[in-house]
Design a protein around this ligand. Sequence first.
Ligand code: DX5
Ligand code: ZN
Length: 217
Amino acid sequence: MNPAPSIIAPSILACDFSRLGEEVKKVETAGADWLHCDVMDGHFVDNISFGSAFVDAAARNSSLPVDVHLMIERPDHYLDRYLPSAHIVTSHLEAKHDVSETLARVRNAGKKAGLAISPATDIAGVRPYLKQLDLLLIMTVVPGFGGQPFLREMLEKIKTASAWRTDENLSFLIEVDGGINAATAKECRDAGAEVMVAGTSLFRANDYSAAILAMRE
Ligand code: DX5
Ligand code: ZN
C-alpha cells in the first residue's frame, strides 16, 4: 500500500451549481487535493451534467489540479476543449474511440492520461494500456449519478490492478469514484487505491474539512 496520504478529489457534480465558485474555494480551503469534474453527455451515461465552459469556470476559481472524468461517447471528438483547464483527462474504455490514441493525445498535450472502467467491465480490458496511462479510474458505482451505494465487489478489481502495477513496476495512480466516504475510502485504500473521488459524502457534510480528513485517515 502506498505510504503517502490518500488524494481527495471532491466531485463538483454534487456541489451547489448556483455557488460553483464559492464551493470550489471552500473545498480547496478545507484541504482537498484535486477537483474532480464529472462530464456527462446523455449518451454514454443516462444523464447530462456539464461541459467544458463549466469546467473552465470551476478551474478559474481554484488552484487545485483539475481532474476531468469524461463520461462521454466520443472523448476523441471533445478532448481538445477540456485540455486547457485540465491537469488530468480520463476517458472510458467503453467509449467509442481509439483508446491508445486518446491516451497519447492527452500526454502529448502535457497532461496526465487517465482510463476509466465501469463496474460491468472486466479489469482485463485495461491491461494492454497500463503503460500508456498515468491514472486508472475504477468506477465503484454505475456511471451517471452521484449518491449511489458503493459496489464492494469492485475491491477485487483494485487489488488486481494494484498487483499488475507492482508486477510490471508501473507508477500509475488508482482512483475510485462513487459511494466513497470515510469507511469505503479505507477499504479502497487497503485494496491499493490512492485517489478518492467524493461527491455526496463531502458536499452534504456540514464540515468539509472533517469529511476530507476522515477519508484520508
Ligand atoms: C458517477 C459519478 C459519481 C460522482 C460522485 O458517474 O462519477 O460517482 O463522481 O458520486 P458520489 O456522490 O457517490 O460521491
Ligand atoms: Zn467521476
